[in-house]
Design a protein around this ligand. Sequence first.
Ligand SMILES: C[S@@+](CC[C@H](N)C(=O)[O-])C[C@H]1O[C@@H](n2cnc3c(N)ncnc32)[C@H](O)[C@@H]1O
Length: 183
Amino acid sequence: MATARPVLRRSVSSAAIYAREGRVLDVACGTGRNFRSLTSASEVVGIDISEEMLVHARNELGRLDLEGTVQQMDAQALDFPDDSFDTVISSFSTCTFPDPIAALHEMDRVCTPDGEILLLEHRRSDAAPLARFQDWRAESHYEKTGCRLTHDPLSTVEQAGLPVEDVSTAFFGLVTTIDVIPR
Ligand SMILES: C[S@@+](CC[C@H](N)C(=O)[O-])C[C@H]1O[C@@H](n2cnc3c(N)ncnc32)[C@H](O)[C@@H]1O
């Protein structure tokens, strides 16, 4: 089995999650921003619902000369067999899935039981002024982008019934990494 350890991002815009080896799935990979952190993986597979995003992700995979593919797919119904990845990563994604619990169950299903599921998410800040600003913007932000600005990703993971190994927060609690133990 591959070993992988989450490392909190040095900055929000740089890569968040480092997987050292094995088959890695990036769920809702967007433009492939995480791929630069996955250069030690034997294979990187990125999926996203948006073909527009995948054009960039495909270029990024090629630019980094990584073994792997990007595919258009719904995170809530992954077209992969059970236990087919050593590590599943996903960043800033559960806020946009219509059914984030279904997506988390799918991540769990395709991840080998001795692997890791690494999430990097934004959340409602621990700092009252920031949280108030997020509350104020939440509705219009959702209407514009489909992103739930003030969601609580840890609570979603708990509702999905998935065990959590480690949680870190940064940037006044705006950003969190959640290390989920696959079953
Ligand atoms: C905020 S972006 C994050 C992209 C990337 N993970 C990153 O950190 O830069 C959210 C991504 O989720 C994708 N997405 C939304 N719903 C999805 C779904 N049901 N299945 C797969 N991807 C989805 C969007 O197309 C978008 O690329």
